[in-house]
Design a protein around this ligand. Sequence first.
Ligand code: RAM
Length: 526
Amino acid sequence: MAFTFQVNTDIKFLHDEKFLSKAEHYRPTIHHSTLKPSRLVEITHDPSKLNGVWVKDSAMSLDELPKTGLKRGDRIILDFGQHVVGRFSVNINQTGSPMDAPLYIRLKFAEMPAEIEAKSADYDGWLSRSWIQEEFVHIDELPAKLELPRRYSFRYVEIEVIDTSPKWQAVFSNPEAVCESSADWSAMKIPEIHDELLSRIYSVGVKTLAECMQDVFEDGPKRDRRLWLGDLRLQALANYATFDNVELVKRCLYLFAGMTTEEGKISANVFTRPENVPDDTFLFEYSLFFISVLYDLNNAHPDTEIVRELYPVCKRQMDITLKMVDSDGKLITDEDYPVFVDWSNGFNKDTAGQAETIYVLRQFIALAEIAGDDDIQRYRDAMERMIRYSREKLYDPSRKLFLTNGNEYNIASQVWMVLAHVMSDDENREILRTMVSELFPVKDIATPYMYHCIAEALFEGGLRDEAVKLMKDYWGKMIELGADTFWEAFDPDRPEYSPYGSPIVNSYCHAWSCTPVYLIARYLTD
Ligand code: RAM
């Protein structure tokens, strides 16, 4: 685990009302649509699916549901046929003798069948068990319409009758979901994709993105249901290639800009309900990626005004970052401000962090040019020093690989150095070829976030076939295992792995995994 809970309650945050009112101005319309389940299913075991758990048609059909009395221990599983983010309701009545005891039921919402199978009582992970989408409800009087107040992220709803009484049974009818998303499908740009698997990967990616487009770009509608900067960078790129909701990106930028620390450090994530609150969690490159999001926005939709307006926020963050770089151009990493790169802690991240800084510095300088900053030379010199240090001290010409921590050659260092264009295009290609032959297959990386970076570096360096193979092997494998939307965490060698200790709190619809739509649009369509 590369991530521990940070508690920084002594940090003072600014609330810039000018920026926050702009964030409010760009608050999106949430579109609603009603969806009924398509069938009733039951759990079955299938080793080819995630955790060996899958579903099959239940003996009872949906039409029979309103005519069937359910008693203690009976359970049904509704299948909505697709991933849903929204509210659930169901009508409940009773049959038999008068209702001489309350109805007591349990409802569980699951994105994947594996979540239904995992017993909540067994959960012993480090994330709050309150993320488990399960409710225990008493109902004193029937008939009633049960309308659950929470928004859930699911395809399946399990309803178990914990108890009625021996004298009567519960009858369920008209279950439905009111789906919520700020994605406007009519604005969707669909590219022509001739490869069947890539086309499926694209569709699942778009669905993933749409489900995460809510009041902000959420990281995952099941969990954490909030705006993370690292996720936002990738979502925004995928969004320009699809729904192209520019206003939602602007809203998110203003939220981060409006709630930096007093010195100007940008939080890794913010909450927006019931009010705007920055989290006291900081990740080194997530702070920097504010600059990338602005840069990418201006690339997709040139907008000098917003660049000039938000440039001072970028500059404060860049100055904080450059204080961590020594006079030789070496980034001195800090455990209290960790370089994330991936959930895994099994590799050293110093060189990747150095490269990420160069990657963002390059974008920052482009923004400084637009903003007309007189200080620009200072940043050009800083980038120059960091590049020189990387080439002279971190690159090993005999191996044609970048080193980290003195003697470690890992994939993350190569990937980020290529993305930062520290070496020439020819050298980059050579580095990537060496990486593919000496460091592949990818091992112990469990996030689509990191896989995205690897695929993008391969495309950037001209290794198109290897990039496509990686995409098909990785995102294609999730589809094979049953994904309707792409997952937050997935290690193809250990599909059952969860960074949190149980699949029950994993998010199976996660923003940072939607990026094939961007990669396909950018590198594989004309
Ligand atoms: C998790 C979430 C989020 C990610 C952070 C670092 O809490 O999955 O999406 O950005 O980790």
